[in-house]
Design a protein around this ligand. Structure first.
Ligand SMILES: Nc1ncnc2c1ncn2[C@@H]1O[C@H](COP(=O)(O)OP(=O)(O)OP(=O)(O)O)[C@@H](O)[C@H]1O
Ligand SMILES: [Mg+2]
Length: 281
């Protein structure tokens, strides 16, 4: 990688770590960007994000598993807040490994992984649950608790993080409405279709109001029509401001949507384009 490229990645990373948390109206009054200028009309405005901020970045990341298998090699990647990114590549290319690094299920052998402004290898064990609340993760096989209802599966994600009971009910209702499952809230996973199970898993991933949703083959177990429904849901979540990273083998979906596509092959980043055009990241 060229020095120029390293400095560009570094520059973006420092921008990510220096910038303030997501703009919001309540904190706006303390923010220099929204403080009154004396004209009186800027006070109530939320801060406009002048510079796009980084949701996720990998800097020169390699991953070699203990058995000697190299799953990622020299990967540089910057994903901005609000992006929708498809992660593609043949089986064994390293997609799931990259995702495991982002949620700190694995650590890189070398290089740095930044999520929401933190370099993950520097996080202490107590900071990891906090990181995971900023990321919602969705898997191919749903991973729902079979004995719990839809509502209980979603609520459980808040219970384990010690959320006060009075806040759990409204938060669960909100995400069940978002994914269109309010009427199935009392069903168990075995009483749901595959698409409904995946929507439950997406509700669970969204209930912390994460900055980033990472989905590893979320449509891999679903038929084409239901896959489109799940994709539409992820697009809607993205339009609401959440960054979405989705690993998929579904070439039809990837081609049709003309979103950013990051391709891995044998652990190397070999493609980064939007709408078929190379993207210089
Ligand atoms: N825990 C592990 N220990 C050793 N090797 C692993 C481990 N997990 C993955 N690998 C290897 O790392 C490489 C990348 O695997 P990974 O699961 O990231 O690929 P993938 O792109 O997600 O593939 P798929 O499309 O089949 O899900 C593969 O060669 C795989 O065998
Ligand atoms: Mg995988």
């Amino acid at each position: 990688m060229s020095v120029d490229r390293i400095s560009r990645v570094r520059g973006r990373l420092s921008m990510a770590t220096q910038l303030a948390p997501r703009p919001n109206v309540t904190s706006g009054a303390l923010d220099p960007a929204t403080r009154s200028t004396g004209t009186g009309d800027s006070e109530l405005l939320p801060r406009a994000p002048l510079t796009p901020r980084i949701a996720v970045a990998l800097h020169d990341v390699s991953k070699v598993y203990p058995n000697g298998r190299r799953a990622l090699a020299d990967v540089d990647l910057v994903i901005l807040e609000g992006d929708f990114v498809f992660l593609v590549g043949p089986s064994g290319a390293g997609k799931s490994t990259l995702i495991r690094l982002l949620v700190r299920d694995e650590v890189p052998t070398s290089g740095e992984v930044f999520v929401a402004g933190s370099e993950l290898s520097r996080l202490g064990s107590r900071a990891i649950p906090k990181l995971r609340r900023q990321i919602g993760i969705v898997f191919q096989d749903f991973r729902l608790l079979p004995r719990k209802t839809v509502r209980e599966n979603v609520a459980f994600a808040l219970e384990v993080t010690g959320t006060p009971r009075r806040r759990i009910g409204p938060a669960v209702d909100r995400v069940l409405a978002l994914v269109g499952l309010s009427d199935q809230a009392e069903q168990r996973p075995s009483q749901l279709s595959g698409g409904e199970q995946q929507r439950t898993a997406i509700a669970r991933a969204m209930v912390h109001d994460p900055k980033v949703i990472i989905a590893d083959e979320p449509t891999g177990n679903l038929d084409p029509l239901i896959s489109w429904e799940i994709l539409q849901l992820l697009l809607r979540i993205n339009e609401m401001g959440t960054t979405v990273i989705m690993a998929t083998h579904n070439a039809e979906v990837v081609t049709a949507l003309r979103k950013r596509v990051v391709g891995l092959e044998e652990g190397r980043l070999v493609r980064d384009e939007v709408g078929g055009y190379h993207r210089d990241s």
